[in-house]
Design a protein around this ligand. Sequence first.
Ligand code: ZN
Length: 488
Amino acid sequence: MDQTLYIHNSLTRNKEKFEPLNPPHVGLYVCGPTVYGDAHLGHARPAITFDLLFRYLTHIGYKVRYVRNITDVGHLENDADAGEDKIARKARLEQLEPMEVVQYFTGRYHHNMGQLNVLPPSIEPRASGHIIEQIQIVQKIIDAGFAYESNGSVYFDLEKYAQKYPYGQLSGRVIEDLDTQTRELDGQSEKRFPLDFALWKKASPEHIMRWPSPWSDGFPGWHLECTAMSTRYLGDTFDIHGGGMDLLFPHHECEIAQSTAALGHESVRCWMHNNMITINGQKMGKSLGNFITLDEFFSGTHPVLEKAYSPMAVRFFILQAHYRSTVDFGNEALQASEKGLQRLMAGIQTLDKLMPAEKSTVAPDEIRQKCYQAMNDDLNSPMVIAHLFDGLRIINLVRDGKETLSKADLEQLKRTYHNFVFDILGLKDEQNRNRMELVDGLINHILEIRQQAKDNRDFTTSDKIRNMLADLGIEVKDRKDGAEWSMK
Ligand code: ZN
C-alpha cells in the first residue's frame, strides 16, 4: 500500500511529502535535555514525539540515524547570554564537579526514558565533547563576515546577516520588534546590536567550565552546540530537526542563522516541533507549584496528583493528542486514559487467543489501512488509537462467535495490533508484565512451603506440591541449597 509520509514543516508551515535526501537513510536531529535536574513532564513529550517518528520511519523501512544531544555546557540561566551556566551553578551548590552533575542526571534521564519505553538514539553526543567542532564553526562564521570578536567573546552579527539572508522565518518574528523589546537589557555593551547572540563567551575568573580558543579561555554559546553536532554527524544538509516549540525561538532561529552564515545555506530540510504541556490548564513552572518530575508521576508523590500514574499511562496520554496540539494533564483525563489503555491491552490479549475459522465474515484489512493513513498524515497518533479502539469491536464479535476470521485474516489483524501498539506507539503491557512478576512470587512462596514440609519429613505434602506444579508445566529441581524451578 501507499506509504507516502507527510510531515508538517514548521518553516514553511505546510504538510510536505517526506522525501529524504539519501533514501533509505534518514538523518534526524533532536535537541536533548540540559542535564542539571530530574527529568519532568516537559522532557517526556519531545522524547515520546520523536521516538514515535523514529519508530515509524524505521517501521516503514528507513535506516534512521537519530542524533539526540546532551547539553552539558553553555546553557546560561538567562537566554540572553547572561548569568551562570546552569550546570556549573548546580555543581557549585552541591559542591560537585560539573561532570559529576552531568553524569548523575544523564543516568537519571536515561532511566526515566527507559521507563517510558523511549528508544535510545543512534548517537547521543555531548556538547562538551565537541568544543573543537564548535570553535571551527565560530571561525567559519567570522571568516564569512557574520561574527565579530569583542573583548574575548565572539558575537553573531545579526544586523549584517539580516541584510543578506532572511531572519525570523521560523518563528515569524521581526527584527524591528525584537529590537525594541531587548534594548533595555543591560550587560550588552560588548555587542554591536542588542539582538546579536554569543557564539563564544570569554569566561569570567569564577567560571569553572572553560576551554582555550583563538579568542579567549571560554565556552561556546548555547545555540552553537546543535549546529556543530547535527552537521558533524548528519552532514551539512540533513532531513529532519526536531524539538519542543519552546526551542523555536531563539534557539532554532539562531541555529538556522549560524548554519546559513557558516555554510551559505540552511542545514535542515524539515523542522518539526511538538507543542507544549499544561497541567490543569496552567503552564508548568516551579513558581506555580505544578512542576512535576517523572519520578513523582510514577510514584504519585506530588500534591497535584491523586495517585501514581504508570509510565505507560503517561506515554499513552501523550500519544492520545497530536504532537502539534497542546496536552493538558489532569487527574480525571489521566485516569480515563489509563482505563483506555487497559481496554486496549485486554483487547490484544483476547485477539491473541482467537481461533481461526474457514472463512472471514468481516474484513480486518481496513483497520490496518486506516492506521497507516493516520500515521502517514503527520503522525496522527490519536487517530491511530481511535482506529485501534474501533477494531476492538470486531475482536469482541469474533470472540463471541458472531463473526469469524480466516487464518490469514486473523494473522494480519494480530500483526496490525502488535505492529501499531507495541512497535510504533511503543506501548507495553504493564499489567501482563506485573502478572508475570506475580507468578514468580507465588511459585517461590509455594516452594518455600514445600521446603518446610520436607524439613518436617512430610514427604506426602512435598511430593503433592511438586506433582501439582508439574501438572501446570512447572518443573522443580531439588538442589543442595533449595529448589529451582523452570517452565517446561
Ligand atoms: Zn538544540
